[in-house]
Design a protein around this ligand. Structure first.
Ligand code: G6P
Length: 369
């Protein structure tokens, strides 16, 4: 096992560090900058169906559901196709309304999650086209779907998903860009600009990892918290959910993820000097709004740990701690902003003496209902 961990103390840490490679492996052979195209062989016969879809419905569980929420922002922004993201366990029992020009896309690392599989069966019965975004080659979900695109994250052993999430977001980005270009909702020069920028993401993730030591400092300060709040807006709202899930599943600290503006409808009541509030505050369309949300937290003596863009000043001045990530197009930021949150959760869990790779009561793959 020590050999499998490749010198890391835990699989989770190894998998966090593998992300530049796993994202690159997921992009490999699919981005052709010279020809100005994305090749996704698995869905080649479904491009037209996707471009003409009435709706795209993502079904998933856990972290894969969060990847679905990121995909919703990507697809709606780029392709202008309406998207819904469903918990597979809810979708399957709701007698969902599905049209035969809907496309249902299952996202699953293992490709074996029982609820996700059952949701797909219902979508099939109702006549929808089904696609899969799976990591495990030959898994049940990859076999029962009409087609799909694999994530090439490699085996993920840690129960808390890290590199599978960023690989899922990578595939969703490739699919959204490809379909948007195919249907003409973005023009060729926009497409080429996105492609050029997207292929620089693995290097930018590497730059985030170079600052990993800062996440340990932050973890040391907040490791004894009993509650934590994670806030984000837009495409980084799902990252807030994922940050909260990571912390709660491996460190057993109660954590909630919220859309930053929604905080005032509930969680703000919990904020005091003992409450760490992790805020994704990168430069982008929501920046100014997030700054006012941080002011609201500070006014109640909350402790703010902000994920900011390199060179940021305003948020850094207000926050108790900040962690910088490289600048990039808003649509690709989740691949960078999630990494410090993974690292902080990891270090908090280790410092609290938790079993990071096998948290209590959790399973890597939930094959029963
Ligand atoms: C379990 C795992 C999570 C995972 C979820 C969905 O809860 O612990 O890490 O996100 O199942 O699994 P899947 O294999 O379908 O992505």
């Amino acid at each position: 096992e020590a050999i499998e961990k490749g010198g890391y103390d835990h699989f989770m840490l190894k998998e966090i560090y593998e992300q530049p490679k796993s994202i690159k492996d997921t992009m490999r052979g699919r981005i052709h900058l010279d020809k100005g195209l994305i090749a996704l062989g698995g869905i080649r016969d479904y491009e037209r169906a996707l471009a003409n879809a009435r709706r795209i419905i993502f079904v998933a569980c856990g972290t894969s559901w969060h990847a679905g929420l990121v995909a919703e922002y990507l697809f709606e922004e780029l392709t202008r196709i309406p998207v819904e993201v469903e918990y597979a366990s809810e979708f399957r029992y709701r007698n969902p309304i599905i049209y035969d020009d809907d496309i249902v896309i299952a996202i699953s690392q293992s490709g074996e999650t029982a609820d996700t599989l059952a949701a797909l069966e219902i979508a099939k019965q109702k006549g929808a086209t089904t696609l899969g975004i799976c990591n495990v080659v030959g898994s049940t979900i990859s076999r029962v779907t009409d087609a799909g695109a694999y994530t090439h994250a490699g085996p993920e052993i840690g129960v808390a998903s890290t590199k599978a999430f960023t690989a899922q977001v990578t595939v969703a980005t490739l699919m959204a860009l490809h379909i948007a270009h195919f249907k003409g909702s973005i023009n060729t020069s926009q497409f080429n600009r996105y492609l050029f920028e997207f292929q620089s993401i693995p290097d930018k993730v590497e730059r985030v990892l170079e600052k990993a030591a800062e996440s340990k400092v932050i973890a040391e300060i907040y490791k004894d918290a009993t509650n934590a709040l994670f806030l984000g807006r837009g495409i980084n709202f799902p990252v807030a959910l994922e940050g909260a899930l990571k912390l709660k599943e491996i460190s057993y600290i109660h954590a909630e993820g919220y859309p930053a503006a929604e905080m005032k409808h509930g969680p703000i009541a919990l904020i005091d000097e003992n409450m760490p509030v992790f805020v994704i505050a990168n430069q982008g369309p929501s920046y100014k709004k997030v700054v006012s949300n941080i002011e609201e937290v500070k006014a109640r003596s909350g402790k703010v740990i902000a994920i900011v863009t390199e060179g940021d000043k305003d948020v850094k001045d207000m926050a108790d701690y900040s962690f910088e990530v490289p600048e990039c197009d808003e649509l690709f930021t989740p691949l960078l902003t999630v990494v410090p949150l993974q690292l902080i959760s990891y270090h908090v869990a280790v410092m609290r003496g938790c079993n990071v790779d096998q948290p209590r009561n959790l399973a890597k793959s939930v094959t029963v209902e």
